[in-house]
Design a protein around this ligand. Structure first.
Ligand code: NCD
Ligand code: ZN
Length: 349
């Protein structure tokens, strides 16, 4: 049995770092293992302009503990008022790596998202022209559509029409959760479409969240689906296909907002992401392709070099769940994702 595994240092292509005390608490958890991350802009208020992204980037770098290195890859939150010139300037200066599309109301802090796609046509056309990728939260928000169907319906009603209307637009379908999303990616071959997959959607199905009691720490959006969908995602992740790569969607919320009558959506996976992924790939007999998923396919899609340094994972006795990390008194602790099975792999410090 393999006991150690050395891979290029991973990147996280979808991450929530938040701000203030939470940013200070969670940033080291990512920077310890990952070199770069696509940083989500869904703060309150959202990061909409280049100036706001520059200020957020400065706050992230100021929160980084001395001795750690980390490169935040900034994103702009697309609104119906977004100015194509501001987006193009933020891209040209190297500040911004992607633009994020939230359908209004789809998830945490998405109220300023897009309702009428005709209103963002100018921005999307400009992005196609300059090669700036669009990261998409792919769920419809129509109250008539069942929450378990929202991703599949989004592909037909929104994503495919938008892509046809904007030839050359590079798109990342983020945190895909269904066989339909996987198959849609596999059916395109122009190199313009890729998908990220989270840790929790590779490890858990909706039974884990709902059977034997409701598990708030497994509640995230898009919501966990049936086991057959999980199996399809695992196949995609372990395949080595360059169109699939890691976006943890690590989304910290204070424990008191998760263990609440109305639970916030998001799993805080960053501290255990690589331990979990090594488990998934080992179980599938695909440890040799872990590096493609965590460290090679993402940079290739974004046109960036893979990281030059490496990390080593070691197999050993099962580690105890990490429990919670502390923030400040006002926010309280944040519970770390626990997949509920023994994790034997850990990143060697
Ligand atoms: C994310 C968050 O908390 O910001 N929550 C989640 O369940 N994934 C938002 C998102 O990425 O949808
Ligand atoms: Zn997210």
């Amino acid at each position: 049995m393999t006991e150690t595994l050395t891979i290029r240092r991973p990147d996280d292509w979808h991450l929530h770092l938040r701000d203030g005390a939470v940013l200070r608490a969670v940033l080291p958890e990512t920077a310890r293992h990952f070199a770069r991350a696509i940083v989500m802009p869904n703060l309150v208020p959202p990061v909409v302009t280049g100036a706001e992204a520059a200020a957020y980037r400065d706050r992230i770098l100021a929160a980084l503990p001395t001795g750690m290195t980390f490169e935040p890859l900034m994103t702009l939150y697309l609104t119906e008022d977004t100015d194509p010139d501001d987006v193009a300037a933020a891209h040209a200066s190297g500040l911004v790596t992607a633009v994020k599309l939230y359908p209004a109301g789809a998830t945490t802090n998405s109220a300023s998202g897009v309702r009428d796609f005709d209103k963002v046509r100018g921005v999307l056309d400009r992005m196609a022209e300059i090669g700036l990728p669009l990261c998409v939260h792919g769920e419809v928000t129509d109250p008539d559509i069942d929450i378990f169907d929202r991703e599949a319906v989004f592909i037909d009603r929104v994503l495919d029409p938008v892509r046809r209307a904007t030839p050359g637009l590079r798109v990342v379908m983020e945190h895909v959760t269904t066989r339909e999303a996987r198959d849609y990616v596999l059916a395109q071959d122009g190199g313009d479409l890729a998908a990220t997959i989270t840790v929790q959607h590779l490890m858990l199905d909706r039974n884990a969240m709902l059977v034997g009691g409701l598990r708030p720490h497994y509640y995230c959006l898009p919501i966990l689906k049936r086991g057959t969908h999980r199996a399809a995602l695992v196949e995609a992740a372990i395949s080595g296909d360059p169109r699939f790569f890691l976006g943890t969607d690590s989304a910290p919320h204070p424990t008191r907002k998760k263990e609440a009558e109305c639970c916030a959506a998001g799993c805080f996976t960053a501290p255990v992401a690589l331990s979990c992924l090594a488990h998934v790939f080992e179980e599938a007999g695909a440890l040799a392709r872990l590096e493609a998923f965590t460290s090679l396919n993402g940079p290739a899609f974004y046109g960036l070099p893979a990281n030059g340094d490496t990390i080593t994972l070691t197999r050993g006795a099962a580690a105890a769940p990490l429990g919670q990390i502390e923030t400040d008194a006002e926010t309280g602790p944040i519970t770390v994702f626990d997949p509920g099975i023994p994790l034997h792999w850990r990143v060697t410090p």
